[in-house]
Design a protein around this ligand. Structure first.
Ligand code: G6P
Length: 362
């Protein structure tokens, strides 16, 4: 039974462990043997006609949208905005001539997102919902739906729905980019990259004991922590920080690596954990510089670095994958650090205080 905990103490770890399987399932269901996307053609056509994409979501789904923007812009060439649904519902942005709205929502029930969709419908803006729940409200009310196929997600902290959202977005981006004749989309070996994501995730979860130790040694006694990164790593920093703070109650902020020195570095003290994500070859050296800045002020740095950019002394070296796909792998250590920080503090990992799985009030 997909919704039972089996031998797991908590759903969160079960759901983290399920991610390689979800990647394989999505690849099987949404790509053909040649690696070409097989999505409802009406959806691909509708997105292709847009001159700008607008992604709206809340919480972890919003963080997945930040990565989605990279997929859509790189593979389709269509400018893409990402917004917090709650900030947009009553103050719509200036829209382009042919907008297309994409809603990311695990539950399909988030009230903040629904407000935006209702307004979009009133204005006749075409829309697509990516959701894990067939027949959910945002699925019914949007023009189109693509299912995340992640299986039931029970832990309040979202994990496999995030990576499923990444996968469905990159599949859609490839389909739309190919339809538009974008070279980057045609050249992108998505099936292979999704296979690397699944294998890489498996390697990381197989080595989970390391994150148990890191969480005990460096996180659980700390009041606060930071995630830093640039580009896609900045987007994953926001998700890593959200995961850690929501389940462990360690106040954690995700920062664009260079921004720390513009103010927040004043919070670094002896032993403050700074988790640094480095996958972007273009900015890797600059982030290394930011690591030195915080280390010289006493921070304890946990570096999570791509296979190609790793140096002696890095804490975690990720399995091989394209930079564009790096979020699939970078987020898994972040999820595991959050899980073990919470568990090792003796907290109820699956049900953090004050939180609900699905928030149906504005
Ligand atoms: C709640 C959950 C979060 C989730 C957010 C958006 O706050 O606790 O984990 O990311 O809602 O939910 P959705 O179902 O729209 O993705």
């Amino acid at each position: 039974n997909a919704a039972s905990k089996g031998t797991y103490e908590f759903y969160m770890l079960k759901e983290i462990d399920e991610q390689p399987g979800v990647m394989r399932k999505l690849s099987q269901d949404y790509l053909d043997v040649n690696g070409e996307p097989v999505l409802d053609q009406k959806i691909v056509d509708a997105v292709s006609e847009a001159d700008r994409l607008y992604i709206y979501a809340a919480g972890t789904s919003y963080n997945a949208g930040l990565v989605g923007k990279e997929f859509f812009e790189k593979l389709t060439g269509i400018p893409t905005e990402v917004g917090l649904a709650s900030e947009v519902g009553y103050h719509f942005p200036m829209l382009s001539k042919k907008p297309f709205f994409i809603f990311l929502t695990q539950s399909g029930e988030t009230a903040d997102s629904r407000v935006v969709l209702k307004e979009a419908n009133k204005r006749g803006i075409p829309s697509l919902t990516l959701t894990n729940v067939q027949g959910s409200t945002l699925s019914r009310e949007a023009d189109y739906t693509i299912l995340l196929e992640a299986g039931p997600e029970i832990a309040v902290a979202s994990t496999k729905a995030y990576t499923a959202q990444l996968a469905v977005q990159v599949i859609l981006a490839k389909a739309v980019g190919e339809k538009l004749g974008v070279k980057a989309a045609k050249d992108f070996p998505l099936k292979k990259q999704l296979a690397l994501a699944a294998e890489g995730m498996q390697q990381i979860v197989d080595g989970k004991a390391k994150f148990d130790e890191l969480a005990s040694d460096y996180l659980i006694k700390s009041r606060n922590a930071f995630y830093i990164g640039r580009g896609i790593d900045y987007a994953v920093s926001l998700e890593g920080a959200l995961k850690l703070k929501e389940v462990s109650y360690i106040q954690t902020e995700g920062f664009a690596a260079a921004e720390l020195k513009h103010g927040t570095i004043s919070l670094i003290e002896k032993g403050t954990p700074v988790i640094a994500l480095i996958n972007d070859p273009v900015t890797a050296e600059l982030t290394r510089g930011n690591i030195r800045e915080v280390e010289s002020r006493g921070a304890h740095v946990i570096s999570i670095v791509s296979h190609d950019l790793a140096q002696a002394g890095d804490t975690v070296v990720l399995p091989k994958i394209d930079y564009l796909m790096s979020a699939f792998l970078t987020v898994v250590p972040a999820q595991l650090l959050a899980y073990f920080a919470s568990k090792n503090k003796g907290l109820d990992v699956d049900k953090p205080r004050n939180l609900a799985k699905s928030v149906t009030v504005e």
